[in-house]
Design a protein around this ligand. Sequence first.
Ligand code: SF4
Length: 425
Amino acid sequence: MHKKSNISSAISKDVTCPFCGILCDDLVIQNQAETLKILKNGCPKAAAAFESKQLVTSAKIKGKNVPLSEAIDAICNILKKSQNPLFAGLGTDVDGMRQVMHLADKTGATVDHMHGEALIRNSLVLQDLGWITTTMTEIRNRADLIIFAGTDANNYPRFFERTIWNKESMFKLKSEQRQIVYIGNQLDGKAGINPNGKRPLFLNCKTEQISEVISSLHALITGAALDIEKVAGIKVKTLQSLAEKMKTAKYGVIVWSAAELNIPHAELTIQNFCELVKYLTRFTRFAGFSLGGDDGATSANSVCAWQSGYPLRVNFNKGYPEYDAQRNSTHKLLKDKEVDSLLWISSFSSKVNSPCASIPTIVLGTPETKLKFKPDIFIPVSTPGVDHSGQLIRADSVVSLPLKKLRTSSYANVSSILKQVIERI
Ligand code: SF4
């Protein structure tokens, strides 16, 4: 950390923001007497998270304040008695997730992330037929046609600024040369207006119909004729024109957000994107890009894959990792009463709260966490990238970014708490 003029004021540059999956790594943040302020390159989401004051609270057992060590002993007692623990939420960094995996292996637990439903929509496609995806850097430097399918990327406030309307790119691609297309329902295209005021192309249809539109584009690109006038309310002529643009683009990308494709069997829609991308590579360069990875989801999925050989939703109950994308879902395991204790972790956000379960529940959450029930154990934890250093993996799964410690925190981090549990259990 670069010290400015006095001890109580410091400015950190090139700070990675951990508060959504695209992990912008250019923030400039001031620490003035342990209060943080974004001086450059933030967004409202980042400001709300970095600039909020940390609450003073304590570890609790059944609502009663206790020393941290006592709470850790109580966690060990619950996990020792538990036959089928569930470790969910998993909002932590790479180091925290490594300890989650170690403890899951030791206790026979099932692991699932709070965004597990979105993660498996992608995992199922990757496992089934494979995919060709790209990175934010490749989009920034090469993409001249970017199709947003079922998302406007507004949950990732700086995606356009950092990836599409960026001032510089390699290979002299000017941002105004890019064509932006939206396919879906009620998408806000403001961010897609280019710096010269050129508006994006909209293909409006219900989210459930995106797959139909993509299949029709695929058919047109193969040279098939469609003997109808409209598909999902969109004129075939419009689709034909987009199909031509896709074939002649120098580098096209289909962007989706698995979490926003909240429809039954969304994986089939994603599979349609990926199969169209594969076909298009016969003519030009084309790739997919999945927006997501909030609350450390990409890191949790990656660490799970490194250590168990499977993506998330793995159960260690038989002494070896068993992957099951449907059965090992938090919602299903709790609903079917297949687990007898719950460890919930959320160290980035106080808004994603633990489900209220009728089994012994341990919550490792931010100090601001407000639960609608009293868990058996609550431990306030520090936030990676704010209160302690660490590492997170970006939405495109290819870049891991370093997180900085920006202020002093009196709370322990997830990794150190779980290490103590592992040693004592
Ligand atoms: S867009 Fe996401 S990563 Fe970037 S500053 Fe905003 S919240 Fe942070």
